[in-house]
Design a protein around this ligand. Structure first.
Ligand SMILES: NC(=O)c1ccc[n+]([C@@H]2O[C@H](COP(=O)([O-])OP(=O)(O)OC[C@H]3O[C@@H](n4cnc5c(N)ncnc54)[C@H](O)[C@@H]3O)[C@@H](O)[C@H]2O)c1
Length: 286
């Protein structure tokens, strides 16, 4: 199936990056969010953000003319029905809340063409549960980008219980057209990367909390011993400690595996407003 028109629902951190990646790869993109102000800020991020188009121009990676072309392929609207009415592919990146997402999937399903594939960028929610809100569960799939989508190569393609082989193949091909490397997995909590990575990060937090080693030394051990480009505590600060806590809580609840039990120190840091890089302080001070 040929995909050329894409709708991105939710134009926040991930939605803006995903829209940019699609537009840079030649797709026509319509982005949807709930207010004109959010849409305006989203476009500004795509132009001037840390991974935005202006940076690419400054680094000589694209020309001014190419930047204008990419931007001309991105349209924004607050009207979901209109945005998805001619889309071949819809990707949802709204808040990580099952009820909010199910409502979005139901509305998208009602207005998108029958052939359209509906994807979610969820990190922790079940694709099968989202698919159940639609009349086309065979064409619902997870397409999990990592932050920042403009930079990170990995895309996890998540196969819900009813997702068809054809849908998986189309979305794998789509990820490749974006210059990404797709991996395919079943619909389990945390998929692959978070399922493994979050345990390591939480274990690093426990070692830190027990005074086994300093944050620096824990990070150095993993960078030099395991060739991680960032240490687990640096990574925690980068992800955001509030985001990390909520992922750990979901994985603990869903799997019952005590390795995901959120350490008290993580809860206290979040309660204090020490959320990592974005708040200027987490395991490190920025
Ligand atoms: N931030 C990350 O590191 C990261 C990484 C991978 C996946 N994700 C997933 O991506 C999704 C989005 O996360 P984010 O960090 O970009 O969140 P965000 O809060 O930055 O953006 C969410 C956007 O969705 C909009 N929105 C909410 N309800 C809507 C609706 N009904 N219709 C249209 N827009 C609506 C909000 O106004 C907001 O702009 C979540 O499912 C999250 O789990 C996040």
């Amino acid at each position: 199936m040929g995909i050329s028109r894409v709708a991105v629902v939710g134009f926040g951190t991930m939605g803006t990056g995903i829209a940019q990646v699609f537009a840079q790869s030649g797709f026509e993109v319509v982005a949807v969010d709930v207010s004109e102000e959010i849409l305006r800020r989203g476009v500004e991020t795509i132009v001037s953000g840390p991974f935005g188009l202006r940076r690419l121009v400054e680094r000589g990676r694209i020309t001014e003319e190419q930047m204008r072309e990419v931007l001309s392929r991105i349209r924004t609207t607050t009207n979901l029905a209109e945005a998805v009415s001619s889309a071949d592919f819809v990707i949802e990146a709204v808040f990580e809340d099952l009820e909010v997402k199910r409502r979005v999937f139901r509305d998208v399903d009602a207005h998108a063409p029958k052939h359209a594939i509906l994807a979610s960028n969820t990190s922790t929610l079940s694709i099968t549960a989202l698919a159940a809100a639609t009349s086309r569960p065979d064409r619902v799939v997870g397409m999990h980008f990592f932050n920042p989508p403009q930079v990170m190569k990995l895309v996890e393609i998540v196969r819900g219980l009813q997702t068809s082989d054809e849908t998986v193949e189309v979305v794998k091909g789509l990820a490749e057209r974006l210059g990404k490397t797709p991996v395919v997995c079943r619909d389990v909590p945390g998929f692959i990367a978070n399922r493994v990575g979050i345990i390591a990060i939480l274990e690093a937090i426990r070692l830190y909390d027990q005074g086994v080693a300093s944050a620096r030394d824990i990070d150095t051990a993993m960078k030099l011993g395991y060739n991680w480009p960032m240490g687990p505590l640096e990574l925690a600060d980068f992800i955001g400690l509030d985001v990390l806590l909520s992922i750990a809580e979901v994985l603990y609840r869903e799997t019952g595996n005590p390795a995901y039990h959120p350490p008290t120190i993580l809860k206290r840091l979040v309660a204090a407003g020490y959320l990592g890089r974005k708040s200027g302080r987490g395991f490190y001070t920025y």
